[in-house]
Ligand binder design. Structure first.
Ligand code: FAD
Length: 108
């Protein structure tokens, strides 16, 4: 099986970065694509029990694809649910902080 930690860190990088650069006013096609991407990930993620858990999460709290801010905060909350399950610190899901980490941070 894949290294769950390594797969996780890199997957979250992809997901939060995608949300950070998602359009402010996405077209219907972009909304559909975002939903489909997250739905596919929840079915194909290579940590199968993580995928199963993620599917339950998105069933209870479906992805918010109406704007960059909504998707960024939704992704943060989804990640926080995994953090809390694993005993990891929670991230404050405020757009300004998310942008600093995933969009405009010092590394850029
Ligand atoms: P990660 O949790 O990978 O975080 C990477 C970086 O993201 C952090 O350093 C921090 O800067 C930033 N960050 C942290 N929290 C947030 C947030 N809420 N919003 C924005 N940025 C944040 N592992 C399991 O053991 N069981 C599971 O069921 C499980 N489910 C997963 C489901 C998905 C969809 C994904 C992508 C991963 C899952 N993982 C699961 C992996 C787990 O979430 C971690 O990625 C892994 O444990 C490595 O943790 P880490 O300490 O390197 O930091």
């Amino acid at each position: 099986p894949p290294d769950r930690e390594e797969l996780g860190t890199h997957s979250w990088t992809l997901l939060h970065t995608m949300a950070a650069y998602y359009p402010e006013q996405p077209t219907d096609e972009q909304r559909t694509a975002a939903r489909a991407f997250i739905d596919s990930l929840s079915k194909l993620y290579a940590c199968t029990h993580c995928a199963e858990h993620f599917r339950e999460e998105i069933r209870e709290d479906p992805p918010r694809v109406e704007s960059r801010a909504a998707l960024s905060v939704w992704m943060c909350k989804a990640h926080n649910r995994v953090n809390s399950m694993l005993g990891k610190p929670e991230f404050e899901c405020v757009l300004e902080k998310l942008d600093r980490r995933w969009r405009t941070g010092e590394a850029h």
